[in-house]
Design a protein around this ligand. Structure first.
Ligand code: PTJ
Length: 267
């Protein structure tokens, strides 16, 4: 799949592999050109998080698993970047949680809808909503193409997972009374601030972890899910993520300050 060979020993091999995946899928018409830019903004935040799943994200993933398992009509919304990075995982998660999969795009074109549907079907999806005339319903208050939803999917869903989103729709879905789970590396984004549960992590790491957590939790039953949701505080969790970035930056600044004292800067 990758067009260049990335040495295993490269310190940022994982990050480079993800880039290559996005570029390949951009060429195939799955990812929007703006999707590549959006990924760059995500990478910057990932760097600040240490490119690993932080403790608050693990807690948010547990709450997300619980809310998906207790949902009556869960839907996983898929855009270009999500399809490129985790198509197979989305299909697996949908199976475990009995969720529907719906394509929902900001840069909607018939060609991209079909390319994403095909990619999801190749990954094992039996049914993909939100494509072509099926996206016949509208989310009130939204001006963008994201307003077009499937009457059998997002329109009637009680819980919607929106990995990698732009803020308007999250806000509109919450206003419609739906519980929204967002995965966003930027804890300051409107999506992160407005979602019911925000997982501050890379979708490439968060979705596999969500699958694992959902499998474990499913065996423990609905009562356990309700307990998790009762004790989860979304805003506190988001604040913890922001504080963690703050602490990492403070440490980095201190270490640079220390090097000013110890290193010789004669040019
Ligand atoms: O496929 P489409 O047409 O629906 O378009 C998708 C994009 C991503 C282009 C569209 O939704 C968009 O413009 O999004 P934004 O407003 O740039 O927001 C994307 C958010 O996702 C930003 O906060 C990024 O930091 C974040 N992000 C980028 N890559 C990742 C990510 N979050 C988690 N995992 C990533 N890999």
């Amino acid at each position: 799949m990758t067009s260049i060979k990335i040495p295993k020993t490269h310190p940022r091999a994982e990050s480079l592999k993800i880039r290559e995946k996005l570029i390949e899928h951009f060429k195939e018409g799955v990812v929007a050109s703006a999707g590549l830019i959006a990924h760059g903004s995500g990478e910057a935040f990932d760097y600040l998080l240490g490119e690993k799943t932080i403790a608050p994200a693990l807690k948010a993933i547990e709450a997300a698993a619980a809310i998906l398992l207790t949902a009556e009509k869960p839907v996983i919304s898929v855009n270009g970047n999500t399809a490129a990075l985790v198509a197979e995982e989305i299909v697996e998660l949908a199976k475990i949680t009995n969720a529907k999969i719906e394509v929902n795009l900001f840069y909607r074109t018939p060609e991209r809808e079909i390319a994403i549907k095909k990619l999801l079907e190749k990954a094992g999806a039996k049914e993909v909503l939100g494509v072509g005339k099926r996206a016949s319903a509208k989310i009130p208050e939204l001006g963008s193409e994201r307003r077009r939803v499937d009457p059998r999917g997002i329109l009637i869903a009680d819980v919607v997972l929106v990995p990698l989103e732009d803020g308007d729709r999250t806000e509109a879905l919450v206003k419609m009374g739906k519980k929204v789970i967002a995965v966003d590396l930027n804890p300051l984004s409107r999506t992160a601030q407005k979602a019911t549960i925000t997982i501050v992590d890379n979708v490439a790491r968060a979705i596999p972890k969500l699958i694992e957590t959902t499998k474990n939790l499913k065996m423990q039953g609905l009562e356990k899910c309700r307990k998790i949701l009762h004790s989860f505080n979304s805003k506190r969790n988001l604040a913890e993520s922001i504080n963690l970035i703050k602490e990492r930056l403070s440490k980095a600044a201190k270490s640079v300050e220390l090097s000013v004292e110890t290193e010789n800067f004669d040019f």
